[in-house]
Design a protein around this ligand. Sequence first.
Ligand code: S3P
Length: 171
Amino acid sequence: MNIILCGFMGSGKTTIGKALSKRLNMRFIDLDDYIVEKRKMDIQYIFKMYGEENFRKSETQAAKNISKMDNCIISLGGGTVINQKNVEILKTNGVIVFLNISANEVYKRLKHNNSRPLLQTNDKLTKIKEMLSSRMPYYQKAADFTVNADNCTPAEATKKVLEILNNNKII
Ligand code: S3P
């Protein structure tokens, strides 16, 4: 069984995933990093040269490959669970935890970070608000468990995830 983290860009999926992996002694896999390694290109380059649709195909292939593995902590990309097919693939062998944070918190964390191809805009806060509200139903639908990670340090959010997994006898 894998433990899978979903949520918007900046919600802490990677940081918390690494912390969980250490704590639970489970292998950590970041879906974006997996794609970068496989294609030997960074995410920005894939978006720029091949477009989003092409990236999404790699994302589904990566989800397929990773879901064959067991006992891993997996952090998804912010858009992975928008495709129901990816959710189905990942759920065959894992539980999904949604790290929920507000648009203002995302903005606070990412305002000086230009690594996200989908947030390359002058009005980042508006873009984040629009994307987060349109994606929220997908995150909620995908989630087996939801953790409120707003205003949380990575250590606090990690503790909350561990608690919820423990209370539900997943770990
Ligand atoms: C995306 C989020 C990114 C990355 C790509 C697309 C999205 O991952 O997969 O830029 O659609 O939200 P992070 O959530 O790890 O930033």
